[in-house]
Design a binder for this molecule. Sequence first.
Ligand SMILES: Cc1ncc(C[n+]2csc(CCOP(=O)(O)OP(=O)(O)O)c2C)c(N)n1
Ligand SMILES: [Mg+2]
Length: 605
Amino acid sequence: MITVRTPRPIDAPAGIVDASGRPTWGSDLIMDVLRLLDIEYAAVLPGSTYRGIHDSAVNYTANRRPELILCNHEMITVAVAHGYAKVAGRPMAAIVHNVVGLLNTSMTIYNAWCDREPVLVLGGTGPVDPVKRRPWIDWIHTANVQGNLVRDYTKWDDQPSSLEAIPQSLLRAYRVAVTQPAGPVYVCFDVELQEKEVARPFKLPDAERYRPAAPSQPDQAALRQVARLLVGAELPLCLADRVGCRGEGVRALAALAELLAMPVVDLGARQSFPTPHPLDFAALQRELLREADVVLGLDVVDLEGATRLPASGGDGATPGAQARSQKVISISQDELIHRGTTADYQALPAVDLPVLGDGGLALPLLIEECRALLDGGARGRVDRRRQALEARQDRLREQQRRYVEQQWDHPQITETRLVAELWQAVKGEEFVFTNGRLRRMAPGVCEIPGPDSNVGSGGAGGAVGSATGVALGSALALKDSGKLPVAILGDGEFLASIQALWTAAHYRIPSLWVINNNRSYFNDEDHQDRVAKMRDRPPENRWIAQRLENPEVDFAAITRTFGLAGEGPIKSAADLGPALSRAVEAVKRGQLAVVDVWTENRSAG
Ligand SMILES: Cc1ncc(C[n+]2csc(CCOP(=O)(O)OP(=O)(O)O)c2C)c(N)n1
Ligand SMILES: [Mg+2]
């Protein structure tokens, strides 16, 4: 438990702050509405096109709710807001400079879009009126229409053209962003509108009357059909991905799984199904898919991919569930957000029983429906299944233990050993994993007790650039919670937005970041190896323009230049445990700590 409380706010304004509560300028009004929406933070990288908003944030709302969080690249502002939303379950703002700042955010907006997380992206432009523009600079920093730059991967965008339109625009933006499926929105404010005087007293709307609707519950009759299939199944299998919008869904899923003795495969996009649970079978996804007669998909991002089995030859290209006599149920509402621009909607899955709605909300109703159907015969099947699965779980744990053993003493530290040592250092704490594929790196090692201990790893696969900011934003949401945020970052991911350390240092955002430093963009080194072999060319060249060697980056030294705790580079497994323990202590003192671990350059192919 982290006990240190950091003083807040960190950057308190000096001098006269307008505490009148009456907006004088357009941008005061913008801040009033952000207050109404109770936006806690706004991540910023400054720019003159929103200087009005910046002044109001400091001198009108006194840098409190929202408090400005200065970042050093616009992509980090949005990534921070994305990570915050994953933990807090509500949006914060990211405010960015006109065209150039917005263009810098584009990948991380897309990442939040694919993760279906709400972010309130705000920005300035202009002056929109060409007559008011200064030569050159105001022209290159004005777009027609600015929202177009991110329209394809935001849920909505707007550019209010009068003071009266500001509250409506922001209230709608918030509502659209958080309504499920959630996503980022963008609102642009003409510099002139921000700096326009509010001539008459302005009555702010009653935000209560513009609240977002609750997520939609699936149709009860459809759930009754789902229950019939599940209860009648020989082996029902649950593929669980986002499982509704927040952790309650995962908790209800555990109850349903127990009722039916149904194995659960957590696909990892959002919060975790408890890994110590006897029905956690994430490691046996393919094996169980071959056997299951009913598959229940809960908010699965890529259901077609998740139900696909590799051909016996093993290229992964054979169709999955479609080819077998298996009933597939999908509870999801993702279709409501599909667009044609990018294919983040994934391959079209064959589904026997599609159910539209929030998977998390479906579960309590589904439990009731299943209970009502569980007669003697069904109970007998459930009991037999429970016993068989228990034995299987024991075998699985044994296999995982053996795998960890094999990975233990290598000449260089393996990813598995890294995670195992990290687990020893954090298992006594109230931890939250904010990045890192723990199950893949070290199967069976970490015991994630439930959804509140792991934020999941959904998104656009844009970790190079977004992972560090997302981890920082998750830690920001956990600040003062007493919990220990823990991220495992690749060296490539970390280096792409390493300047996030400044924000962590300035705002005293504690977190433990362990760098899985294989001195390479290894994922792609692996690809080069494969393609060279396919072409009968020398795979020995796979390292060129992939390795981060000569010079190797000293992440711990860089970290220390920000006044933060840096450990490493750790090259020997014996040094890892003590370094991690020291780092955990630094985090408890309210600091971010980086542990740079030199891991194995796995041999490709
Ligand atoms: C924005 C972006 N650029 C490039 C990639 C391609 N890519 C995927 S993983 C990866 C390597 C990342 O390196 P690192 O974080 O060190 O992880 P490693 O593969 O070495 O474990 C790259 C370059 C990407 N996914 N996103
Ligand atoms: Mg790497």
